[in-house]
Write a protein that binds this ligand. Structure first.
Ligand code: GTP
Ligand code: MG
Length: 224
């Protein structure tokens, strides 16, 4: 993906207008220091719902922690791993004084014991159903693989519980235009089945820092 290509696509075919002023504000927001608050499996000690939260979910190894690090421009903040299933808790990060970012455990990790994977998934759904301060959930899809059965199952759960989510494609540097186009075409057709899906898809590579500014701008906008 070169730097002139679009970093977000509207599934209804609308042009997305890029507003430099919004980008500047978003950039400023993400210049604030970002710190780890707590990683826990226990709802009782989740931070209170006092400030807006933006959460990240997706299959194990999709690149959630890497994307979070790229967003706040801090390499080692959320732990990245070559072995899937690294993030096994709900991890809260405070960005400046007004926003929290939340790294959720991945779903659909085939090699981990089934009951453990189910418990991560329950934890994530438990978080999502109960966070009144959740402004937006970003659902990450690996652009090399597109929507897999377990992504679609998870999306159905989100639709059923009316939890709004926005799809973010990850690892764009590892794929090609045709593959991206086929994922977008699939999403356009399947949209009808997903009442809670936001119509813009963001295209990112944490490695090449593509689409990161766009994601920041969506977060800034959603927080207004
Ligand atoms: P779990 O916490 O295990 O569920 O994984 P995760 O979704 O947090 O993924 P993580 O960020 O740990 O990344 C998984 C692997 O993918 C690591 O080896 C990353 O270096 C790699 N990766 C993440 N994002 C990108 C990207 O944009 N491009 C490339 N090429 N690799 C990436
Ligand atoms: Mg992780």
């Amino acid at each position: 993906m070169n730097s002139k290509e679009p970093k977000a696509i509207n599934l209804e075919g609308r042009d997305l207008n890029y507003n430099p002023e919004l980008e500047e504000n978003a950039e400023r927001l993400f210049k604030a220091p970002c710190n780890f608050v707590i990683g826990t499996t226990d709802y009782a000690i989740f931070p209170s719902c006092d400030i807006p939260e933006f959460a990240f979910i997706g299959r194990s190894n999709v690149g959630k922690s890497s994307l979070l690090n790229a967003l706040v421009n801090q390499k080692g903040l959320a732990r990245v791993s070559v072995t899937p299933g690294r993030t096994q808790q709900v991890n809260f990060f405070q960005l400046g004084s007004n926003i929290r970012l939340v790294d959720l455990p991945g779903y659909g990790f085939a090699k981990a014991p089934k009951n453990l994977v189910k418990s991560w998934e329950r934890m994530s759904v438990g978080y999502l159903k109960n966070r009144i301060n959740l402004k937006r959930l970003f659902l990450l899809i690996d652009a090399r693989h597109g929507f897999k059965a377990n992504d679609l199952e998870f999306m159905q759960q989100l639709d059923k519980h009316a939890i709004n989510y926005q799809v973010v494609l990850t690892k764009l540097d590892k794929t090609n235009k045709e593959q991206i186009q086929s994922i977008i075409s699939f999403a356009k057709e399947d949209r009808i089945n997903h009442a809670s899906m936001f119509p813009d898809i963001i295209l990112t590579s944490s490695k090449k820092k593509n689409g990161i500014m766009d994601l920041r701008t969506y977060i800034y906008n959603a927080n207004q």
